[in-house]
Write a protein that binds this ligand. Structure first.
Ligand code: URA
Ligand code: SF4
Length: 232
C-alpha cells in the first residue's frame, strides 16, 4: 500500500499557561510534584524510544527483504537525537556509510554537516539523519522502486518513534519516496509538503551540490534557512 501524501499544511502553535495567587505553597508542592512526575514520564518515554530504536536496528541488521542485503557490509538505520525537531532523509548509504554503519559520513556528509552548522545553527546530534533505504546499492546506483518500497516500513517506524516537527528530504529519490509526485527538486523546493502530517521540505542532495558547485550550494543554504525559520 502506498502511504505517500502531499497534503496542504497546518501549523499548531497553541501555548497554554496556568496562573493564580492563592495557596501558593500547596500549588508549589503540586507543581513540584508535577515536574518530577513529568520528568519520570519523560524518562520512561525516552527509555522506551531508545529500546524501540535498538530493536529496529537489529531488525534492519537481519533484514533480507530485498536484494540489497547481499552486498552490504552493514545496514545503516540512522542516528541522532531521539526526540528531534528535524529528521533529515537521504537516499541510501554510500561506501563510507556502509563501512562505518553511520549515515552521511563521506564527502556529502561533510557538506551536510556544514549546512547544519551554518544555516540551522545546530549540530548533527541535535537532529536525526536517516535514509530511505538502509543498505548500500552497489556502485551507489539509485535504489529501485521495489527496494524503496521494501525498506520504507523502517523509515515509517522511525518517523512514528521520533515524531519530528519537520522532515527535510535530500534529493529526488528521498522526496519522491515520501511524496507522490513526479516533480523534480528544482520546482518542488518552492513548496512545502506533508508526510504523515509532518511538514516536509524538499531540497537537493549534497552530492548534486558537490557536482553542481556554488549555485546549488547557495540554493541549499536558502532551503536550510527556510527550515530554520519554520522550526523557529
Ligand atoms: N548519500 C545518502 O543519500 N545517504 C548517505 O548516508 C550518504 C550519502
Ligand atoms: Fe532490508 Fe532495506 Fe536492506 Fe532491503 S535495503 S535488505 S529492505 S534493510
Amino acid at each position: 500500500m502506498d502511504s505517500r501524501t502531499s497534503l496542504p499544511l497546518l501549523f499548531d502553535d497553541k501555548v497554554s499557561e496556568g496562573g493564580g495567587t492563592q495557596n501558593n505553597i500547596s500549588q508549589n508542592n503540586i507543581s513540584q510534584n508535577n515536574i518530577s512526575q513529568n520528568n519520570i514520564s519523560q524518562d520512561k518515554i525516552s527509555e522506551t524510544k531508545t529500546a524501540e530504536l535498538q530493536k529496529l536496528a537489529l531488525k534492519v541488521d537481519a533484514c533480507k527483504k530485498c536484494l540489497l542485503c547481499n552486498d552490504r557490509k552493514n545496514a545503516v538505520l540512522g542516528e541522532g537525537a531521539i526526540s528531534p525537531e528535524l529528521l533529515i532523509v537521504g537516499e541510501a548509504p554510500g561506501f563510507f556509510e556502509d563501512q562505518q554503519k553511520r549515515p552521511f559520513v563521506g564527502r556529502s556528509g561533510k557538506l551536510l554537516d556544514h549546512l547544519i552548522e551554518t544555516c540551522l545553527n545546530m549540530k548533527r546530534e541535535d537532529l536525526y539523519i536517516a535514509n530511505v533505504v538502509k543498505c548500500r546499492p552497489k556502485d551507489n546506483r539509485t535504489p529501485t522502486k521495489i527496494e524503496i518500497n521494501s525498506c520504507l516500513v523502517y523509515l515509517n517506524k522511525q518517523v512514528e518513534l521520533l515524531n519530528p516537527k519537520l522532515i527535510l528530504t535530500l534529493g529526488n529519490t528521498a522526496f519522491r519516496a515520501l511524496v507522490d509526485t513526479d516533480l523534480g527538486i528544482t520546482k518542488a523546493r518552492n513548496n512545502l509538503y506533508s508526510y504523515r502530517n509532518i511538514t516536509l521540505v524538499p531540497t537537493f542532495h549534497p552530492s548534486a551540490a558537490l557536482r553542481g558547485g556554488k549555485s546549488v550550494v547557495d540554493l541549499m543554504e536558502v532551503d536550510f534557512k527556510k527550515v530554520r525559520s519554520i522550526l523557529g
